[in-house]
Design a protein around this ligand. Structure first.
Ligand code: FNR
Length: 382
């Protein structure tokens, strides 16, 4: 199929990826209400149409944590993204580098930190979860430093995994042993392009960063078992002090939706936060990020850098999030779909299309630089 817009990648990924992988990306928690609200509430944000303001010169660049970005975008951490295309995180980091934006490597990526560092041509970000084994966390932080990561994204909205029914239906989670393997094999057999590109020639399929502690247990069910056993539900603000003292560079806390928590993060000395509900994959029914963001910007916007993700599918959505107060926006599913559809070329094309859409939105709201995008471009509807 011809991919002409940012949103076409979803359909292209659906056609290329085995069902268990597509549904893993596409799905959310429980009845997927928050997943839908993230997209719908953003689409509801109306912008002011302004005219006659000389929009011939547009500057889409911005600065984040001392780093220049060519677009107000970063790629969000996506676990298992390396399975969407051969050595997928390496392909994605190359596309992000070419576009001049940060890539964030998930703790539970397929490619390990050092492999991604070899593929990257500029510093990328590393995302960490709270893991019971603190010595292993220290080891991961040391590897991230070694890999030259320029920021640590510490995700706090997953003390326990959300309930994602699609993953049970497809046999990705909760179907251990031969039964799950046969079910997934049957789904992969229907997608020969992926089966060759990733299934057969994209090995190893291990969780790169976690492989040393999984000790040879590399099946997908081992991944979920490891997550259940090792993600630490005792996590509290005290643990954040541990992270803050271990990581001297920019620390960005990901997964805040409440102004009270955002104030705690500011008090702790975080450099940034990501307003996020994990793309509607954790507690179903919580606020969309479009709704939560302005409240959090009001609470802490003058004390730290507020970023946001959730439901961003186009350059127009990026502009909407910035207008609601985010300094930059993270893309989650958007890049995972593009990678699944067309690999590195897909992510590159996605980012080009995003840039083109941002340009049009800026020109038609009458702004010429990213710093001019704020609540003044929001339409008041009464
Ligand atoms: C995620 N997300 C995520 N977040 C994180 O901190 N670490 C991770 O490993 C993952 N893994 C992951 C896998 C998949 C398949 C998805 C869709 C999401 C959440 C992600 O970083 C981001 O917050 C959301 O994806 C943003 O919402 P949208 O853009 O996908 O709607």
């Amino acid at each position: 199929m011809i991919v002409a817009s940012t949103t076409d990648f979803r359909e292209a990924a659906r056609r290329r990826l085995p069902r268990f992988l597509f549904d893993y990306i596409d799905g959310g928690a429980f009845a997927e209400v928050t997943l839908g609200r993230n997209v719908d509430d953003l689409a509801d944000i109306a912008l002011r149409q302004r005219v006659l303001r000389d929009v011939s010169q547009l500057d889409l660049s911005t600065t984040l944590f001392g780093q220049r970005l060519e677009l107000p975008i970063a790629l969000a951490p996506i676990g298992l993204a390396g399975l969407n295309a051969r050595r997928g995180e390496c392909q994605a980091v190359r596309a992000a580098d070419r576009a001049g934006i940060p890539f964030t490597l998930s703790t539970v990526s397929a490619c390990p930190l050092d492999e991604v560092a070899r593929a990257a041509s500029r510093p990328f970000w590393f995302q960490l979860y709270m893991i019971r084994d603190r010595a292993f966390m220290r080891e991961l932080l040391a590897q991230a430093r070694q890999a030259g990561c320029s920021a640590l994204v510490f995700t706090v909205d997953m003390p326990v995994p959300g309930t994602r029914y699609r993953d049970y239906r497809t046999g990705l989670a909760g179907a251990p042993g031969m039964k799950g393997a046969i079910w997934r094999f049957a789904q992969a057999a229907l997608r020969p392009g992926w089966a060759w590109d990733v299934g057969l020639t994209g090995r190893p399929h291990a969780l790169g960063n976690v492989a040393p502690v999984l000790k040879g247990r590399t099946g997908i069910e081992d991944f979920f078992a490891w997550m259940r056993a090792n993600f630490d539900p005792t996590i509290s603000w005290r643990d954040l002090e541990f992270i803050r003292s271990e990581w001297k560079g920019p620390l960005i806390i990901k997964g805040l939706l409440d102004p009270e928590d955002a104030r705690e993060a500011a008090a702790l000395g975080a450099d940034g936060i990501i307003v996020s509900n994990h793309g509607g994959r954790q507690l179903d029914g919580v606020l969309s990020t479009a709704r939560a963001l302005p409240l959090i910007v009001d609470a802490v916007g003058d004390r730290l850098t507020v970023l946001a993700d959730g439901g961003v599918r186009s350059g127009l959505d990026v502009v909407r999030m910035l207008a609601l107060g985010a300094r930059s926006v993270l893309l989650g599913r958007a890049w995972a779909y593009a990678l699944g559809a067309q690999g590195e070329a897909g992510v590159t094309k996605l980012l080009e299309l995003m840039a083109a859409e941002i340009r049009v939105a800026m020109a038609l709201t009458g702004v010429t630089s990213i710093s001019e995008i704020n609540e003044t471009i929001l339409a008041r509807t009464m």
